[in-house]
Design a protein around this ligand. Structure first.
Ligand code: 5GP
Ligand code: MN
Length: 678
């Protein structure tokens, strides 16, 4: 699998699908001046990563869209049914990978990519198949970005508006207030069911009639209608008591509000013309008692068409429908709210986590079973095994939301630094925490800190190294003065995400002092993963802990300073434990980190930036050599020291084995991850 990624990727045909399913539809409606819909959900369906898929990944990042990647039509559909992306881009350059047309039909409207040599082909069959746009293959990031922007401002917004219209229509239909909409020339266009039942008419008897034709009650003051009309003509709203005549002839007193709709909803934009395009009336029967009138009034106010929509309090139902709800807005995207608890993890997923306490646990199986959301599931299981919720006095639902929002902030488009790497580091951390010596030296709060630190330690990693970000003058490098840029960002962002919303704030119920201690420990561990300090951390650990221990000075284990050194060493070893994993896992990780580095080198060349790791050039790199150097330089000494402390014979065996594997390939002068088939 990883082999494919690093070989020169073949060219594909690509197609784009566009879908608008989001509460943003309404929000963008109610704030028409918002020029950019951030956090649009984009699904990239690419059988393999290549420069085109990377172009779109980067374009998504630039546009502040959330991008997920699917490799097969099955996973695309599953992912789509879960997240309801606003925009889906399908790689269609090689039809042997999947039938983009069939896929597009499942997902409504779409846009098609073509290879330059197919540009002349007719678009008609594609339009018939449901595509609505085509894009000639072009991996240039700005071209991809421009395409995304055009889609956002065209197709996506149009979809949003349609859906917003549907939502409002549903609200009108459900409303208990009688609502009537007329055209500019006072022809009735719409009455809702409440209107029918209050007034005793069927809508068929009213729609298409002029208001004048509907019998009026004699109880109104003679000049009332003229007052109302002159108010409406000026573009102003009218509100007051009005006697309406029901079909059976009875007059009922109503609190009525009549709103002229000007601008976006009507034909004319010039407010001074005061044109009445659509007239909407809310009313409700009243027997005239002042108390009732008062409550009816309140209801009318709450049902002005705009108010509940701008409140953001919309809850999405199964598909296109929305209903109004009084829920507060939340920061976790609604697609992430899944009814997931430790007790109802699907059996297929639970199965892949059965041996989660073993070093041989396969995180890639979990990655596949969870559609690239292994961190949430593994997190739930490991945090519960360590009693983290009990320690933090936090409901499991909060932990779940926290894991989901942290995982959502990992970039699934990175080949290495994605949430599977975080899950892998969490797994290794939990494994180390169970070692006798580690247990002796750490307190429960240290364990909790370590598990949290592992979970967040690479959050929002852009798939580029610190040196790259500094050379590129990125915003993050500027913010953090070119110093531990990424690690500072991971730690800072983790706390921002956690504390900005009570729903996912796992620290909400712990005491202030305990929070300070925990926070300090988490930050220290995340910063310790920075590789420029590698030798400093390893040397301090050996000098302050391993050497005194060898002289049987037992007290070294529990001093606060030494506990800090143990925690740093623990997370560092967990972070780069790939070479100590079973061979197949080790090879997959090596493929992923190489691909991420290759992509960086590609971009450095494209942008004329310094190439910070010239060894990681996809045209020349020997992966076995790069792994041998990495093990020689960083891994051997560190794991010797960690093994001397924590006793990890199985890890050392794997390391030895993997080292021999890379040596074997190198001796055969092979550059690839695996030997070629016989
Ligand atoms: P992380 O960024 O994952 O928190 O820190 C681990 C760092 O170790 C990576 O960024 C990377 O620099 C380095 N690393 C991990 N695995 C490998 C590998 O296989 N080869 C090389 N050269 N570096 C690695
Ligand atoms: Mn890491």
């Amino acid at each position: 699998m990883a082999d494919n990624k690093i070989s020169d990727a073949p060219k594909y045909e690509l197609s784009l699908i566009n879908q608008g399913l989001s509460d943003r539809g309404l929000r963008s409606q109610s704030s028409p001046h918002c020029s950019h819909l951030s956090f649009l959900q984009v699904l990239l369906v690419f059988a393999k990563e290549d420069s085109q898929s990377n172009g779109f990944c980067w374009a998504c990042e630039k546009a502040n869209f959330r991008c997920s990647m699917a490799r097969t039509p099955e996973s695309a559909l599953e992912c789509f049914s879960e997240k309801h992306h606003d925009l889906v881009i399908i790689d269609h350059r090689h039809s042997r990978h999947f039938d983009a047309e069939a896929l597009s039909i499942c997902m409504l409207t779409c846009v098609l990519f073509l290879r330059p040599d197919r540009e002349e082909a007719s678009v008609m069959p594609l339009i018939n198949a449901g595509f609505n746009r085509r894009y000639v293959e072009n991996a240039n990031m700005m071209a991809c970005y421009n395409e995304l922007l055009q889609l956002e401002h065209g197709e996506v917004r149009a979809q949003f508006k349609l859906r917003a219209g549907n939502a409002i229509f549903t609200a009108l239909e459900q409303s208990q207030e009688a609502i009537e909409i007329t055209s500019e020339d006072q022809v009735i266009q719409y009455v809702n069911p409440a209107y029918e039942s209050i007034m005793g008419y069927q809508k068929g008897e009213l729609i298409g009639k002029e208001i004048i034709e509907v019998p009026k009650s004699e109880k109104n003051k003679p000049d009332l209608l003229e007052t109302i009309n002159s108010c409406i003509r000026k573009g102003k709203e009218w509100q007051g008591i009005y006697y309406a005549k029901k079909k059976n002839g009875d007059s009922i007193q109503q609190n009525v509000k009549i709103t002229p709709v000007i601008g976006q909803g009507g034909k004319h934009k010039d407010r001074r013309k005061g044109s009445l395009d659509v007239r909407s009336t809310t009313s409700r029967g009243s027997d005239g008692s002042s108390q009732r009138r008062h409550s009816s009034m309140a209801r009318i106010h709450s049902m002005t068409i705009e108010a509940p929509i701008t409140k953001d309090g919309l809850r999405r139902l199964s598909g296109n429908e929305y209903i109004f709800s009084t829920k507060q807005p939340h920061h976790i995207p609604s697609h992430l709210i899944t009814p997931l608890s430790l007790n109802d993890i699907p059996p297929r997923i639970a199965q892949t986590m059965e041996n989660e306490d073993s070093w041989d646990f396969d995180v890639f199986n979990l990655e596949a079973a969870t559609m690239k959301r292994p961190l949430t599931y593994l997190g739930l299981k490991i945090f519960s095994r360590f009693g983290v919720c009990e320690f933090l006095n936090c409901p499991e639902a909060t932990l779940r939301s926290w894991l989901q929002v942290i995982e959502a902030n990992y970039h699934s488009s990175n080949s290495y630094h994605n949430s599977s790497h975080a899950a892998d580091v969490l797994h290794a951390t939990a494994y180390f925490l169970c070692k006798e010596r580690v247990k002796q030296s750490l307190d429960p709060i240290d364990e909790v800190a370590a598990l949290i630190a592992a979970t967040v330690h690479d959050v929002d990693h852009p798939g580029r190294t610190n040196s790259f970000l500094c050379n590129a003058g990125s915003e993050l490098a500027i913010l953090y003065n070119d110093t531990a840029v990424l690690e500072s960002h991971h730690a800072a962002l983790a706390f921002q995400i956690t504390t900005r919303d009570d729903k996912c704030n796992i620290f909400k119920n712990i005491e202030r002092n305990e929070y300070r201690t925990l926070r300090q420990a988490i930050i220290d561990m995340v910063l310790a993963t920075e590789m420029t300090k590698h030798f400093e951390h390893v040397n301090k650990f050996v000098n302050s802990i391993n050497k005194p221990l060898a002289e049987s000075v037992k007290s070294v284990l529990t001093s606060p300073e030494n506990r800090i050194l143990v925690k740093r060493m623990l997370i560092k070893c967990a972070d780069i434990s790939n070479p100590c994993r079973p061979q197949e896992l080790c090879i997959e990780w090596a493929g992923r980190i190489s691909e991420e580095y290759f992509a960086q080198t590609d971009e450095e060349k494209r942008q004329g930036l310094p190439v910070v790791m010239p060894v990681f050039d996809r045209n020349t790199c020997s992966i076995p050599k790069s792994q041998i150097s990495f093990i020689d330089y960083f891994i051997t000494d560190m794991f010797d020291a960690w093994d001397a402390f924590a006793d990890l014979p199985n890890l050392m065996q794997h390391l030895d084995n993997n080292f021999k594997y890379w040596k074997g390939l190198d001796e055969r002068k092979l550059h690839s991850l695996r030997p070629p088939p016989e």
